[in-house]
Design a protein. Structure first.
Length: 262
């Protein structure tokens, strides 16, 4: 079994998310279509985590396993092979050899997401930010974000699949608000994330920034179930899967936004 680790960036605007779907474009679907053209035999292709419709990735990780090869290929050849055939908004950053038992999702120890809010209207970055006209109190947002660190029940901040019994307790290892030019950025790192969790957190952080939610009110959302965050779910445009960490990897550098938006 030949196994490779792929690091991938994509702009998710045109896609219904990472996971392959029927009758809809997905990142995984596009990658698998290319893999079928590159490899004649059976292959396995899985990502480290799902991103929702319209969400982007700065460095998604996936593994590619191919049972039989007619000729030896190098990681560089695989990278170029994918990028020659992929659409313009998906790009393979790096391919490296991996152990046969490497699994992109199961072996990951944490994931980092980064959300960027633009404080001005932009002609170039509409698909990459959430533009908010209101003046936001960054200090209040930062204080609220600080309460996220640690183990909490995020039932109020997620969308639950009916019929699935899933724990809503998540241990957050890092959460911060910082500014980068015209951007207000929120970075969060945890072992895993729940469906719509980051976008609903961002929605409530912006309410804290507007002065509509005080610090005690934000803390109560972590202690008691509430349907309020669902009403303030942030749009997917500003959300990026920033990185996936494996044993020995370092977290992303602090105080840096994902992209410039002009």
């Amino acid at each position: 079994m030949h196994t490779w680790k792929l690091e991938i960036e994509y702009e998710g605007t045109r896609y219904r998310g990472w996971q392959i779907q029927h009758n809809a474009k997905s990142i995984q679907g596009e990658m698998q279509d290319v893999a079928r053209q590159l490899f004649a035999g059976k292959f396995e292709f899985f990502g480290a985590g799902r991103t929702d419709a319209g969400v982007h990735a700065l460095r998604q990780v996936a593994h590619l396993k191919v049972a039989d090869l007619t000729a030896n290929v190098t990681p560089r050849q695989i990278q170029h092979g994918f990028n020659d055939l992929l659409p313009y908004d998906i790009n393979v950053l790096k391919v490296s050899n991996a152990p046969a038992d490497f699994h992109a999702r199961h072996d990951a120890v944490s994931r980092y997401y980064l959300y960027q809010i633009s404080t001005r209207r932009t002609a170039f970055g509409k698909n990459l930010v959430w533009w908010i006209k209101d003046r936001l109190d960054v200090k209040a947002m930062s204080e609220a974000a600080g309460t996220l660190v640690g183990s909490h029940d995020f039932h109020s901040f997620c969308e639950l699949d009916e019929g699935k019994r899933l724990s809503t307790v998540v241990k957050v290892e890092h959460a911060e608000i910082f500014t980068d030019g015209d951007l207000i950025c929120f970075r969060i790192g945890a072992s895993h994330f729940l469906w719509k969790m980051v976008r609903r957190i961002v929605g409530m952080l912006t309410e804290a920034g507007r002065g509509s939610l005080d610090h005690a009110g934000f803390e109560r959302l972590l202690k008691f179930k509430s349907d309020v965050p669902a009403k303030f779910t942030a749009p997917p445009s500003g959300l990026f899967l920033e990185s996936v960490l494996y044993p020995g990897d370092k977290p992303p550098p602090p105080k840096r936004g994902p992209l410039s938006v002009g």
